[in-house]
Every structure is written in C-alpha cells, then in structure tokens.
Design a protein around this ligand. Structure first.
Ligand code: HEM
Length: 149
C-alpha cells in the first residue's frame, strides 16, 4: 500500500480520478457508512477536532452527509444530490479554515481507517489516491496553523 501524502503548491487544484466503483460493491453502503463514521470519530479526537461538530447529533449529520457523498461517487445511489444538491465541496468547505497541515491530519486519520478494511489492496489504493489529491482542493488558507498549540 502506498499512503503517500502529496504536497502541492497552495492554490492548485490538481486533476482528480474518482475511486473504483468496486469499492462500493465490496464494502456495501453499510461498510462505507462505517468507514466514514470511524474517520469522523478519529477526527473528533485529533489535533483538528475544533473544526468538527462536538454535539453528537451534529456529528451524526456530518457523518451522514459525508457517507452520502462517498456512496454517490463510488457509483451508488445519488443520496448526496438528493439531500444536499450539487456537491461543490470546495465551496462548502470555505466557511472552515483548512490549512495544508489540517489536510495532513485529516488524511492521516483516513490512513488509520483504510488500513483496517478487509477489501483488496488495489481498491484501498484507488480510494486513497482520490483522497490524497482531492483533499487538496479543500485547502483554503495558507495562513497560520489551525492546530491547537
Ligand atoms: C477528499 C477530501 C474531502 C471530501 C470528499 C470531503 C467531504 C465532505 C462532505 C461531503 C462534507 C459535508 C458537506 C455538506 O453537505 O455540508 C464535508 C464537511 C466538512 N469537511 Fe470535508 N471533505 C474532504 C476534505 C476535508 C478536509 C481535508 C478537511 C479539513 C482538514 C475537511 C473538513 C470538513 C469540515 C470541517 C466539514 C464541515 C463539518 C462537517 O459537516 O463535517 N474536509 N466534507
């Protein structure tokens, strides 16, 4: 497995390839929801926990939106479009201060979750490649570190 975290120049939006649709076939919707939930639980305890909802119901909603999105881009039911409309994720992330360092923490939490999935390695790799590149699209500030001191 190659969990490389690529560095890009601030402001870049590198081209992204969607993850393999086989991920959804192997993991099922339930598996994707569990993966996203585990990721949010790690985020809630990470150095960037200040970015995420503290109240359980709000966190559950966030988990649902994010799972809806990943199911949709893995070729599944368009839950996200139905519930939220067009993703436009960079725009939706704009109220949050996301630094290059915060992206790295976010990705490291995903590494931990992906390592534990019981699906073929090439599928995990395909998902990682997507996250590695697309996560940079959400980076919207180069100022300061939004990690607690
Ligand atoms: C591949 C990269 C990413 C994807 C696909 C993604 C996906 C999403 C989605 C679907 C939402 C819900 C939007 C809505 O419907 O309101 C969301 C919210 C959010 N994301 Fe991301 N995100 C990514 C990267 C990041 C990164 C790198 C950070 C910060 C380090 C981040 C922080 C947040 C925050 C703070 C929210 C709002 C709170 C919440 O609802 O969880 N995201 N993200």
């Amino acid at each position: 497995m190659d969990f490389t975290i690529s560095q890009f120049e601030y402001g870049q939006r590198p081209p992204v390839s969607l993850p393999s649709t086989e991920i959804l076939e192997k993991l099922t919707e339930e598996g994707i929801r569990r993966m996203v939930s585990d990721h949010y639980d790690l985020l809630s305890r990470s150095e960037i926990r200040n970015l995420f909802p503290r109240i359980e119901e709000a966190l559950d909603k966030a988990k649902q939106r994010s799972s809806d999105f990943f199911i949709q881009i893995c070729g599944g039911h368009p839950y996200y479009n139905e519930n939220r409309g067009k993703p436009m994720l960079a725009k939706r992330h704009s109220p949050f201060k996301i630094t290059p360092e915060a992206r790295i923490v976010w990705l490291k939490c995903y590494q931990q979750v992906l390592m534990k999935l019981d699906i073929p390695e090439n599928l995990i790799q395909s998902f990682w490649n997507y996250l590695n590149v697309f996560s940079f699209w959400m980076v919207n500030t180069n100022e300061g570190r939004n990690l607690p001191k």
